[in-house]
Design a protein around this ligand. Structure first.
Ligand SMILES: *Cc1c(COP(=O)(O)O)cnc(C)c1O
Length: 352
């Protein structure tokens, strides 16, 4: 028992996964369960499998290695580094790609170990992160991949609402389908996977003629949120991950520091709201562990005032609870919060 502690409820995660898998399968869409947010923790991965995902997907090689004994197709989400292609062909069945140089290296390594590695080519529909933006470059890549041994082109994918925050629309995904049909006709190929994005594409499930057949889902599985508009998806929960932190000081103090204000520990000049003398409660967690904006207190009367590396400072004056040293305060987390809490070695993980 040590704090800070991240409580992880597997049955809630499974509930979210089952719900999303059902919604997608009804539209003939398979779900690739994205595991990077929880560092491919094996218990949570089991909840994904029980919930019915068709693939596991991760962006980090260390995580893919953890999944190696699980009998399900694995997708490398981040464009492979040339320096890791040997591991990619060994630990991933499919990788998302946009550079022919890297694909040539994947081909060599796949031949070396006698495997066929599957390539999904990424198409940039305007979000300006990864993928081919101009069609002629995409076509040139397809032509070369067809000639290469050891690699098969199995599909197209796109990623949106990550960098440019562009929300996918039906016409965007229609464009992807047109490109796919073009390629299939021109090169007599069958592209089995049309991966229409991440949790920001879920709102499109309401459309009728959506021809994509794959989504790569992370946030919607762990938090039940679609990320285009930030709505909670019906039948899902957002409290499968709860952060518990321990109170180490609680005192009445003024709201404004005394003396000349310089820069804080992170080089910022802080601002203060004068609420008079208030009950300030300090907890043992800080910016080294988590982004403070990622925290949502379960006790809605708590105001988060700020944090330094190791201290979280709360105003608990309005709370019905009289917090004392040694008490535990609980928070829901945003996606970024789960990501950093799972990654921090200073936060204990308690899986139930
Ligand atoms: C992280 C990631 C996803 C998952 O995104 P969510 O918004 O969490 O669903 C999907 N695709 C790629 C390429 C990713 O890197």
């Amino acid at each position: 028992m040590s704090y800070p502690k991240l409580k992880i409820n597997l049955s809630k995660i499974k509930q979210n996964v089952s719900r999303l898998v059902k919604m997608c399968n009804e539209k003939d869409i398979k779900v690739a369960g994205v595991t990077k947010v929880f560092c491919a923790n094996k218990d949570i991965v089991s909840a994904y499998i029980d919930g019915g995902v068709s693939y596991l997907a991760d962006s980090r090689m260390q995580n893919l290695k953890k999944l190696k004994d699980i009998d399900i197709k694995k997708i490398m989400l981040r464009l492979p580094m040339k320096s890791e292609v040997g591991d990619i062909v060994q630990y991933a069945d499919i990788s998302l790609n946009s550079e022919i140089d890297t694909i040539r290296e994947l081909s060599k390594k796949a031949i070396e170990i006698g495997k066929i590695h599957n390539i999904v080519l990424m198409v940039d529909l305007g979000d300006l992160r990864e993928g081919y933006y101009y069609n002629e470059n995409l076509m040139k890549a397809v032509e070369e991949i067809i000639q290469l041994q050891g690699v098969d082109i199995v599909g197209l994918g796109t990623n949106m609402t990550c960098y440019g925050a562009v929300i996918p629309k039906p016409q965007d995904l229609q464009k992807l389908i047109e490109i796919k049909e073009n390629i299939e006709k021109k090169y007599s190929l069958k592209l089995e996977i049309i991966s229409g994005g991440n949790s920001s594409s879920i709102h499109l499930l309401e459309e009728n003629d959506l021809d994509i057949n794959n989504l790569r889902l992370g946030e919607s599985l762990v938090l039940g949120k679609e990320t285009a508009y930030g709505e909670q998806i019906e039948g899902t929960v957002d409290d499968a991950f709860i952060l518990q932190v321990e109170v180490i000081e609680t005192k009445e103090k003024p709201s404004i520091p005394t003396g000349e204000i310089g820069k804080d520990a992170f080089g910022n000049i802080p601002t203060f709201i004068d609420r008079g003398v208030r009950k300030r409660t300090i907890c043992a967690i800080g910016k080294q562990d988590i982004d403070i904006d990622a925290l949502n207190p379960l006790d809605l009367q708590i105001i988060i005032l700020g944090a330094s590396s190791d201290h979280l400072i709360l105003d608990t004056s309005d709370s019905k609870n009289d917090y004392k040293v040694g008490d535990v305060i609980e928070f829901k987390l945003s996606y970024g919060g789960i990501l950093s809490a799972m990654t921090s070695p200073y936060i204990d993980k308690d899986i139930e």
